[in-house]
Structures are given as C-alpha cells and as structure tokens.
Design a protein around this ligand. Structure first.
Ligand code: ATP
Length: 153
C-alpha cells in the first residue's frame, strides 16, 4: 500500500472572537496542509504549505500542540495510507492570498468551522484545538508569573 505523510496548520486569528481558517478543496473543506518534502521536518512542511496555500507567513506555532490523524483513500485505483500531523498556529492577519489549488477560504468561529469541516477527523482536531486554547494560559507566561493574568487566547 502506498503511504503519504503530510503536515498542516490549524490557524486561528484572535479578533473579537477566535476564528479558524478553513479552505475549500473543491471536494471538501479542510485546513491548509501538504506533503513533506524529502528531509523536511513536519513543522517546516506545515509552515511552508501554509505560506504556499494562503500567503500567510511568520506565524507562531503554539508549543505543546501536535496532533496526528490517519485515513485511507484511493488514488488511480491504488489504496493510499495517509498520515497527517497538525500544529496550531496564531495568525496576526486575516489577509489570505489563496493558491490556485483551492476554490475558497473562510475565517469562521468555532461552531461554524466545526460545521464547515467535511471530515470527522478534521472536526475532532478542531475540538482539541479549541479545548487547548481555552484551557492553556498564554504559553509565553509561566505559571506564577504576574503576566499570566493577561487574557487567554
Ligand atoms: P495534501 O493536501 O496532503 O498535499 P492531497 O490534496 O493530495 O494532499 P488529501 O487532501 O489527503 O490529498 O485528499 C485525498 C483524498 O482523501 C480526497 O478524496 C479527500 O476527500 C480525502 N480526505 C482528505 N482528508 C480526509 C480525512 N480527514 N478523512 C478521510 N478522507 C480524507
């Protein structure tokens, strides 16, 4: 069976409410992601694919969030066994320059993004991301630091 490994970013923007970026792949809605190149780390691949697909660069990946999903699909009659690792990133912009491989994009609040994502595994990732962001203090402020009273994500 053929194997593929990809990496992606669950990207959020902190406006008046938290919004997540989802992309229209034509057949389904999903996060920015793509195949690892030879010798590339999954973090670098995730950041590179994000930039290629959306034009968004210079984002911060949140330490402590790394989630894997797997699925199989058929490509030209051959079964493909696919693994995708996802990181969580904060964007400081909502401006997207969409690549031609996508049809559309949307910044959506949590419930809307949950509805828009096509696959259950992608929705499960969003639940984990939302839980992570709601629970964690800002990672750059260690516990006990007076700055940790700053607003949460
Ligand atoms: P990549 O974006 O990693 O470069 P790709 O665009 O070649 O990959 P996928 O996005 O993995 O390929 O899509 C290949 C097939 O798998 C499509 O038919 C798609 O609908 C399906 N697929 C995508 N994500 C999932 C998922 N989370 N669960 C099940 N099937 C999925």
């Amino acid at each position: 069976m053929r194997q593929e490994v990809s990496a992606g970013v669950i990207l959020f923007y902190r406006g008046s409410a938290r919004e997540y970026l989802v992309l229209d792949y034509g057949s389904h809605w999903d996060y920015p992601k793509g195949h690892l190149k030879a010798g590339e780390t999954s973090r670098n691949a995730a950041l590179r694919e994000l930039q290629e697909e959306t034009g968004i660069a210079g984002i911060r990946l949140l330490p402590g969030f790394e989630e894997r999903i797997r699925y199989t699909y058929r490509k030209a009659g051959t079964a493909v066994w696919k693994r995708v690792v996802y990181y969580l990133g904060e964007s400081l912009t909502r401006a997207v320059a969409l690549s031609e491989e996508h049809h559309d994009y949307a910044w959506l609040g949590y419930p809307e993004a949950l509805n828009r994502l096509t696959y259950p595994s992608a929705r499960q990732l969003l639940r984990k991301a939302e839980r992570f962001l709601s629970a964690a203090p800002r990672p750059e402020t260690p516990p006990g630091d007076p700055l940790s009273t700053l607003p949460r994500f």
